[in-house]
Ligand binder design. Sequence first.
Ligand code: ZN
Length: 58
Amino acid sequence: MADSFEEVSVLKAYCVKCKESKEMEDAQKVTMKNGRPAMKGKCPTCGTGMYRILKKGS
Ligand SMILES: [Zn+2]
């Protein structure tokens, strides 16, 4: 399988509702108001929206 691709497609974030880390569903890259890149998705269990701020690259 494609190892490098998995880094992007499988992203974990903390769900405040389930109180544990989950693999983000429907994750997509977004830019926040302050210009920082983040991943936006939802919890696969309860559907709560999740955000994960990405480290500034390059
Ligand atoms: Zn959840």
